[in-house]
Design a protein around this ligand. Sequence first.
Ligand code: MG
Length: 266
Amino acid sequence: MRYCRFQINGEVHYGLVESVAGRDAIVRLLLTPPEEADGDMESLRTRRIDAIPLEQATLLPPVRPSKIVCMGRNYREHAAELGHELPKEPLIFLKATSALLPPGGIVRRPRISERVDYEGELGVVIGKTCHQPPADADIRQYVLGYTCVNDVTARDLQNKDGQWWRAKGFDTSCPVGPVVSDEIDPWAGVSVETRVNGEVRQQGNTRDFIFTLDVVIRHIAQAMTLFPGDLIPSGTPSGVGPLVAGDSVEVMVEGVGILRNSVADE
Ligand code: MG
């Protein structure tokens, strides 16, 4: 199933998204937040509503993470384009939750940076508390679903600063959505594509990950307990490049949907 989070008449709801006559629409409200489903979306109680076309809904980020734990350099070609060695173990960093931006929100290029890049990524949404999982545990039980993330990066600050707190964490640097889906299988391979003003800039497939998601999640959960709703952007394919004011940027994850945002100067 696929769900979104949206606002209507001043109230915030989670909504079940289905295809109605070939277009995505919110057809039911979720009566329990998906983070409380203990990883089992099918167990959620719902209530039918008059269908709301997804493009007409006031969407919010579909996740409310306690933290955003990102994977860096998880595609060979991207590590090469930035002149980096292949990592020997997962390269992990954090993004601030205050950076979250809904679908349709405006990415504001901060005044402190002269080079702000898009990074289209598959985002993993945790569904079940995960702390040092047993070696034989199936990591998929901890995953609620998947979404699209744009890991927007102030590249000049990333290169200059030892810590990436502002390069990766400035306000509006984490567009996410439009939906969370449990209907795809990144282990089998899903395509991740980024377009700027309609032109394809990045094209990757999760089957090319250097570290598979179970390795990444295990690595994080050795140090840090993952809670339901936590978001793990899984790394970006090659083809990163700058955004300028007036751009429209789209991150497409096959089977999830398209995350669309515009760009402006702060
Ligand atoms: Mg990234």
